[in-house]
Write a protein that binds this ligand. Structure first.
Ligand SMILES: [Fe+2]
Ligand SMILES: [Fe+2]
Length: 315
């Protein structure tokens, strides 16, 4: 904003003042040694701005981002808009879902993953992960805005699959950056969301914030029969079989005792509990780290049997 004001002052100076400014600028550019004799940049601008016309425009610019933009160009508009209270926009989850690219990209990504043989990653997964992430933070008494930010991160987290399965977390973060910036979301909130999305994959992701932690726990909990695309067992791989065997999956948050349980019901005639571990161990480990960040222990309970009890200080 300060730069914008300076630009406005310079642009509105009288011919005499501009000439003096040019002399000062020449001194600045040409000065190699006698720095003490060179006016400081701020002093040069103040000198240029010391006219009624300039002062008037500076006052105007302080009230209106548009007015500054007319004087200083697009960069000035951006800075002024960010600083202006009137530009503070609370982007809702509904607005994000209504962005023309969001559902199209998620659905297309899901189709691409289907071609590659992956389980469902479409709107069902997006909204479920968003809701679980929201609810985790809500149960832990985070603010309603934090919960909504977690929902948005959850809803968008797999959108990067529209580009490629590999690096889909990082690609998704960049897509989310573009979408949320278009909606003029506050940079601090954008940062939380793209950090969470970029770190959600267990391969290289690390829980880096409460939003990130909630997203990780929510995403890794979505193991369920409804994610399997084919009901023909001959077409199943181990992921399909374990998902098909899972008839119930529930994240229980106990704020009082600082526990987060993932409760899973598996039909062992379809998949053995060890198969669940075989493919989901890395997901459970990152979920444990995420729970730690939230100040909780993480417990995995399969068929009412607790299989993983991890104290919060073990990692
Ligand atoms: Fe993912
Ligand atoms: Fe996911």
């Amino acid at each position: 904003m300060e730069d914008g004001v300076n630009i406005a002052r310079t642009a509105s100076a009288s011919p005499q003042d501009r000439e003096q400014a040019q002399k000062n600028a020449a001194l600045l550019v040409g000065a190699m040694e006698p720095l003490k004799s060179v006016p400081a940049p701020a002093a040069a601008f103040d000198q240029v701005a010391n006219t009624e016309e300039a002062t008037g425009i500076v006052r105007e610019s302080a009230r209106s981002g548009t007015r500054v933009g007319e004087i200083g160009g697009p960069e000035t508009v951006f800075r002024q808009d960010v600083a202006s209270p009137s530009a503070t926009i609370m982007v809702t989850a509904q607005q994000v879902k209504e962005h023309p690219q969001v559902n199209v990209f998620i659905q297309q990504a899901n189709d691409f993953l289907g071609v590659m043989g992956y389980t469902e990653h479409g709107l069902r997964h997006a909204s479920l992960v968003g809701s679980i992430a929201h609810n985790i933070l809500q149960r832990l008494n985070y603010s309603e805005r934090d919960c909504e930010i977690a929902y948005i991160a959850g809803y968008l987290h797999d959108i990067g699959n529209v580009i490629n399965r590999h690096w889909h977390a990082q690609n998704g973060a960049l897509l989310a950056y573009s979408i949320l910036s278009e909606l003029a979301m506050q940079p601090e909130e954008v940062a939380l969301i793209i950090g969470a999305i970029g770190n959600h994959d267990e391969g290289d992701g690390v829980p880096v914030s409460h939003i990130s932690a909630a997203l990780i726990i929510a995403d890794k909990s979505d193991v369920h029969r409804s994610r399997v695309r084919s009901s023909d067992p001959l077409k199943w791989d181990i992921h399909d079989r374990v998902n098909w065997a899972t008839t119930r999956s529930f994240v229980r948050v106990d704020d009082e005792n600082k526990r987060i349980n993932l409760e899973v019901q598996i039909e062992t005639s379809i998949a053995h509990v060890m198969e669940y571990f075989e493919i989901f161990l890395s997901r459970m480990l990152v979920s444990r780290r995420a729970a730690q960040l939230l100040g909780c222990e993480y417990h995995l309970i399969i068929n009412e049997t607790q299989l993983m009890l991890v104290m919060s200080y073990e990692l």
